[in-house]
Design a protein around this ligand. Structure first.
Ligand SMILES: *Cc1c(COP(=O)(O)O)cnc(C)c1O
Length: 506
């Protein structure tokens, strides 16, 4: 049976070329008369050649992007099992609130007395984040998890400058299972990274940590640790780890990307954390992926609070108005102990993310947020337990909010982790996270979140069980999967090494 079609389209799924290949740069999609009688004011900046943009009519352009969007897998289409990413359903109520004109049609340079409501939302959200983490301060402006890490580590750096130890305290300990952004952040902030080994049960090897803190610790700046960690496990020794790092004179940065597993149940302050970012776009919903949009507010302990970046939200004592104060506003800063590390970005964070996150919190309530964590952990353990019959769990015991498998069950076959991922595409699911964390061979990390029903979890497990069983039996057809996707296997190495990011006319 020949399933190829002349058009390249399949069923109602249409083949789509690059926009440059549909339109030509010689035609134009608009129908405006050439301006006459006006003197150009661009001078030597006046463009001499065409823009090189393809000319398409409005319906052609609209169809192009709608067709592309239909090739995209989305949380609104089905379960998104990507571990570490916390891809959960985004309540439509959040969207409704984010689109209210008082939030969506304001400009960051508007006079502050005209955006008091928006400032109040930011402040109330900040208050929730402080309560949920037990921390006294939060920097709202970081625009992603990685940006929040940068904020936290910059606060640690500012504290070290204050202590006169920034030249000497340069060592940051990072577990080998860490998310890649952790060591990258440490280096970006001028620190040197020292790896801590993982134990056989997927946690920080406490003996290795102790060995690295033996003797002279005058060069220790801190530790960056994720909890629950990237293996989906709670770091049982976290309080001891915090004590050890504090005794060594360093600070404890906690990567809070996995806060979904513990929100409402654990306060990071009680664990000895000094700084932690929270991915609003994971724990508190928001459509995310592909690098944005996001928000990574960073909570700071008593020891770091005063280094929080500007602008700083203050309340005017005379009229009760909220205002964002900059560091060079000496009159406002006088009498406070703020020593801001600087500014993270032009404006005060992502308003759309703030409104969505606060809506999520208010609609769940404190008890509901606690249940978020409980249900997320329950769902992950259901998946781990069910799939353990055909796949190899990476570690023994219960997991937190994500289930981790190794490729052990494939060892006598030609099939590899990537083949399972591709097979899952044919079953209509976006693959789980693969080959991360690096400490587990051929890792497969699955995070269902709390927003999936048991029926959906069962459907997903059935699909993955079928692919895993096929792979286990040595069925080599998986090597060519996916068969039904618009694109088959791509040369991923070539794409990473020699990316073609610019369209060039042939
Ligand atoms: C997602 C994630 C990050 C980075 O967050 P971004 O918002 O993507 O920058 C950092 N650490 C862990 C463990 C994560 O899962």
């Amino acid at each position: 049976m020949n399933i190829e079609t002349v058009s390249g389209s399949k069923g109602l799924l249409q083949k789509e070329e690059l926009i440059f290949d549909i339109g030509t740069t010689e035609t134009t999609g608009v129908d405006l008369p050439k301006p006459t009688g006006r003197k150009g004011r661009l001078g030597r900046l006046k463009r001499e050649n065409g823009t090189g943009l393809p000319g398409l009519s409005e319906p052609e352009a609209v169809r192009h992007y709608v067709r592309l969007s239909q090739k995209n897998y989305a949380i609104d289409l089905g379960l998104f099992p990507l571990g570490s990413c916390t891809m959960k359903h985004n309540p439509r109520l959040n969207e409704k609130v984010a689109r209210m004109p008082g939030f969506s049609d304001i400009h960051p340079m508007q006079p502050q007395h005209t955006v008091q409501g928006a400032l109040e939302v930011i402040d109330e959200l900040a208050d929730w984040l402080k309560k949920l983490t037990g921390m006294p301060a939060v920097a709202m402006s970081p625009k992603a998890g990685a940006h929040g890490e940068w904020c936290g580590m910059a606060a640690i750096r500012a504290a070290l400058i204050d202590r006169g130890e920034v030249e000497t305290r340069t060592r940051v300990l990072v577990p080998e299972s860490a998310h890649g952004t952790n060591p990258a952040t440490a280096v970006q902030c001028g620190f040197k990274v020292q790896e801590i080994a993982a134990s056989d049960d997927g946690r920080v090897d406490l003996n290795d940590l102790k060995a690295k803190l033996e003797g002279d610790t005058s060069d220790v700046a801190g530790i960056m640790l994720t909890n629950p960690n990237t293996c989906g496990l709670f770091e049982r020794d976290i309080k001891e780890i915090a004590d050890l790092i504090h005794e060594a004179g360093g600070y404890f940065y906690c990567d809070g990307a996995n806060f979904n597993a513990i929100v409402g149940r654990v306060r990071p302050r009680d664990l000895g954390v000094d700084a932690m970012h929270i991915n609003l776009h994971k724990t508190f919903s928001t459509p995310h992926g592909g690098g944005g949009p996001g928000a990574g507010p960073t909570v700071l302990s008593d020891r770091l609070a005063k280094y929080a970046p500007t602008p700083i939200m203050m309340v005017d004592k005379s009229d009760g108005e909220r205002k964002l104060v900059l560091v060079d506003d000496e009159a406002e800063m006088a009498g406070t102990d703020h020593k801001p590390l600087g500014r993270m970005c032009a404006f005060h964070g992502q308003m759309g993310m703030f409104t969505r996150a606060l809506t999520y919190m208010l609609s769940h309530g404190a008890d509901g947020l606690k249940q978020v964590a409980e249900d997320a952990v329950l769902n992950a353990n259901y998946i781990q337990s069910r799939l353990s019959k055909v796949m190899s769990p990476a570690f023994e015991g219960y997991c937190m909010h994500e289930a981790l498998f190794s490729d052990e069950f494939l060892k006598d076959t030609e099939n590899e982790t990537v083949d399972i991922a591709k097979g899952l595409i044919d079953e209509g699911y976006h693959p789980m996270t693969v080959y991360f964390p690096l400490v587990v061979h051929g890792a497969m990390l699955i995070e269902p979140t709390e927003t999936e029903s048991k029926a959906e979890l069962d459907r997903f497990c059935e699909a993955l069980e079928s692919v895993a069983s096929k792979a286990r039996s040595g069925d080599s057809s998986l090597k060519q999967a996916p068969y039904h996707a618009p694109m088959r296997r791509l040369d991923e190495t070539q794409a990473a090494r020699k990316p073609v990011l610019r369209w060039v006319a042939e």
